[in-house]
Design a binder for this molecule. Structure first.
Ligand SMILES: NC(=O)c1ccc[n+]([C@@H]2O[C@H](COP(=O)([O-])OP(=O)(O)OC[C@H]3O[C@@H](n4cnc5c(N)ncnc54)[C@H](O)[C@@H]3O)[C@@H](O)[C@H]2O)c1
Ligand SMILES: N[C@H](CO)Cc1c[nH]c[nH+]1
Ligand SMILES: [Zn+2]
Length: 441
């Protein structure tokens, strides 16, 4: 019996109106849905006014977890450690290796991405510089509605700890009370300081405003669904946020030299996250696109998450025939995908033409899924075309900079004259006088 045909939208870059059709098929940034916005505003107000009591009620309502007291939503460090100790040797080893690799990458990032203080001294002795300090306390949101994400625990907590954040507070929903042992173990391994089993907008509200039990934080990071995204947008200003990371995306550029089964499975790998996830293939070879479609049809029925994958592929995926690889790169820059795989003979050559992508995976052996778990770079990445202006979560998200200025007596003479002239020009006499008073008579 032949495999059922999965209906995936086909486009050709030569079609009339291709660019418009493509752009209108891409994901929109999350958090713009009016009904969700309203629901989230109510939840945040409830958390702000009722604190712990609201957390208990909302966790019962949305996660079907009925606890008598908010203390039942707290996980102790001992529980986290026990979860780690109870892992199978294989799981422990995999988690350890992933944590070591993620830490190593972010240690290098801390040095190379300018996450250190610096200063220089001018000829007259004036010192100027930048002081870098880690945030005091951050909240990490670990999604848990449709799947459990131990890898996201590592990706959020490790860079925070590498940056020097003293307190990392984690929230993770446990629908129906189901705690994922790998999530708890990852929290222990990454050095998370406190964990609360709460999720959604109520968890974001608790971290932003604080309750008697949940401490308020300075910044909230981590991906989540539309409720989490809307809540993060709303609390921004009270606390910092990293970005609004939406449903997963993968864009594959392939010259037709890769095993089509590999391409099909890589498309599945992001589609299986969410019905709203988006998988796109750009390829100049029409016959190869047919072979990928055949692989999809044959491989999908054996996937445990085939329902989610099929919905995502039929509603959101695109198989696009392009003129050549150069055009594929141009289109990839317009899409600005979260994950970009370049499955070609000369991946580095094409990567040079890419300006916009959250993460670029080069070569046939670099499946995106390696990056999700253990390559080392962060898997929390900009989605919905925001890679045009934002970057992966990193050590730099957990630090801030203060400008340092120490003007010498000699420096005050030259700078004082300049400041005085400009201040008078702005009509700000006190500014001028403050500079002039320091001038030698
Ligand atoms: N970019 C990344 O790094 C990354 C990593 C992992 C997951 N993801 C994405 O994160 C998302 C995770 O979503 P999820 O749903 O699995 O978990 P989630 O933890 O983000 O959301 C679950 C919470 O949503 C709230 N909620 C659900 N329905 C609600 C309703 N009707 N009203 C109010 N609140 C409601 C509940 O409080 C629940 O605890 C997926 O889109 C996935 O693709 C992204
Ligand atoms: N691909 C997700 C980010 O879009 C991250 C992830 C976690 N686990 C598996 N995948
Ligand atoms: Zn993934």
């Amino acid at each position: 019996m032949s495999a059922p045909q999965i209906n995936i939208k086909r486009l050709n870059s030569q079609d009339a109106g291709f660019k418009e059709t493509l752009l209108s098929s891409l994901s929109l940034p999350m958090g713009d849905d009016e009904a969700i916005d309203l629901a989230v505003a109510r939840i945040l107000a409830q958390v702000q006014s009722q604190g712990d009591e609201a957390l208990v009620a909302l966790t019962k309502q949305f996660d079907r977890l009925d606890v008598a007291n908010v203390s039942d939503l707290v996980l102790t460090r001992a529980e986290l450690e026990q979860a780690y100790l109870d892992l199978s040797p294989e799981q422990k080893n995999a988690l350890d290796i992933a944590a070591v690799r993620v830490r190593a990458y972010h240690e290098v990032q801390k040095v190379e991405a300018g996450c250190h203080s610096w200063e220089y001294v001018e000829a007259d002795g004036t010192r100027l510089g930048q002081k870098v300090t880690a945030l005091d306390r951050v909240g990490i949101y670990v999604p848990g509605g449709k799947a459990a994400y131990p890898s996201s625990v590592l990706m959020n907590a490790i860079p925070a700890k590498v940056a020097g954040v003293k307190e990392v507070i984690m929230v993770v929903p446990t629908p129906d009370g189901a705690r994922n042992p790998l999530v708890l173990a990852a929290a222990w391994l990454a050095g998370v300081d406190q964990v609360f089993t709460i999720g959604g907008a109520q968890a974001v509200g608790a971290l932003a405003y604080g309750t008697n039990t949940v401490p308020s934080v300075d910044k909230i990071v981590g991906p989540g669904n539309a409720y989490v995204a809307a809540a993060k947008r709303k609390v921004f200003g009270t606390v910092g946020i990293d970005m609004i990371a939406g449903p997963s995306e993968i864009l594959i550029l392939c010259d037709g030299t890769t095993n089509p089964d590999w391409i099909a499975m890589d498309l599945f790998s992001q589609a299986e996250h969410d019905e709203l996830a988006q998988s796109i293939l750009l390829c100049p070879d029409a016959q190869f696109i047919e072979r990928v479609q055949e692989s999809i049809n044959r491989l999908l029925p054996e996937m445990p998450r085939k329902k989610v994958i099929e919905t995502s592929l039929t509603n959101r995926a695109l198989l696009i025939q392009v003129q050549d690889m150069s055009e594929a790169c141009e289109i990839a820059n317009a899409i600005a995908a979260e994950h970009l795989e370049i499955c070609t003979l000369e991946p580095r050559k094409w990567a040079e033409q890419i300006r916009h992508a959250g993460a670029i995976f080069m070569g046939n052996y670099t499946s995106e899924s390696l990056g999700d778990y253990c390559a080392g770079p962060n898997h929390v990445l900009p989605t919905a075309r925001t890679a045009r202006f934002s970057s992966p979560l990193g050590v730099y998200d957990f630090i801030k900079r203060s400008s340092m200025i120490e003007v010498s007596e000699a420096g005050a003479q030259t700078l004082g004259a300049v400041a005085s002239t400009l201040a008078h020009g702005e009509g700000l006499q006190a500014h001028a006088r403050a500079a002039e008073m320091r001038l030698k008579k």
